[in-house]
Design a protein around this ligand. Structure first.
Ligand code: HPA
Length: 269
């Protein structure tokens, strides 16, 4: 089956399960999936039960799709995403965003854990823009004309109006929300200190192994995007060593503030 057939099959399957007219797609990164537990009137599906859907293999990623009401909005939340480093083709990594669009989502909120270049552990960073260092692009191949153009504009991929709203809301809550450029690599290695020095020169403020593919697909189909990184560590060369345990530990520490911020932003978007 073609990609478009798969998207339609999954869309119909999810609609039959009652996932009707979601407004916001939520992609919850490492350790941040708990927000989905606050969804009310929830319909919860295991990834393994959804046709054409990938499988989540990373610690800290639950592998559930949660639909329902959050902060007065109809949301479709992914507890766990698919990474390129897991061996997934980009089509699988970005398939949930295609389906979100097909189901009617006009916006997507993407979150991730990231290493800070300048920003330290515990920082929440609104993503203003990204640099694609994955070595590929999820739109390579036949263009899905029904979704968007062959050569999509990426000038406003991280919707300016949403960023302004996010800063307003953070200010009202007294939550410190920084802003910066996210640089996406393939992983699974963390970066070398030399790479981080290079990325700093290129203008990156945070580095991670996700988000860029999903945002490219969202931007292609005209979805509005809000992106937030939870900085879990100083990037390579700025601290002694890097490990996934620290990433999980820091997300545990800041998840309360993170959840509160996202819910408050949602009510205002
Ligand atoms: N690099 C890449 N990905 C990450 C990092 C990092 O330092 N921290 C959390 N995810």
């Amino acid at each position: 089956m073609s990609l478009i057939d798969n998207i339609n099959e999954t869309k119909v399957f999810l609609e039959e399960k009652g996932l009707i007219a979601p407004e916001f797609g939520l992609i919850l990164g490492s350790g941040l999936g708990e927000l989905a537990e606050e969804v009310e009137n929830a319909i919860v599906l295991d990834y393994g039960d959804i046709p054409n859907w990938g499988q989540s293999t990373v610690v800290g990623h639950a592998g559930k799709l949660v639909y329902g009401d959050l902060a007065g909005r109809k949301v479709l939340a992914l507890q766990g995403r698919f990474h390129f480093y897991e061996g997934n083709p980009m089509e699988v990594v970005t398939f949930p965003v295609r389906v979100m669009k097909a189901l009617g989502c006009h916006s997507v909120i993407v979150t991730n854990a990231a290493g800070g270049i300048g920003y330290g552990p515990g920082t929440l960073m609104l993503i203003s823009d990204h640099i694609n260092m994955t070595g590929t692009n999820p739109l390579i191949g036949e263009n899905l004309d029904d979704f968007g153009p062959r050569f999509p504009d990426m000038s406003d991929a991280y919707t300016k109006a949403y960023r302004e709203k996010a800063h307003d809301v953070a200010g009202k809550l007294g939550v410190t929300l920084e802003e910066g450029v996210y640089l996406g690599c393939s992983g699974p290695t963390y970066e070398t200190p030399a790479e981080i020095r290079a990325f700093k020169t290129l203008g990156a403020d945070a580095v991670g192994m996700s988000t860029v593919p999903e945002v490219i697909i969202a931007a292609h189909s005209g979805m509005k995007v809000l992106g937030i990184s939870a900085i879990t560590n100083f990037a390579a060369g700025f601290q002694a060593e890097l490990n996934h345990e620290e990433v999980v530990e820091v997300t545990q520490r800041i998840k309360g503030e993170f959840k509160h911020l996202i819910k408050s932003i949602l009510t205002e978007l």
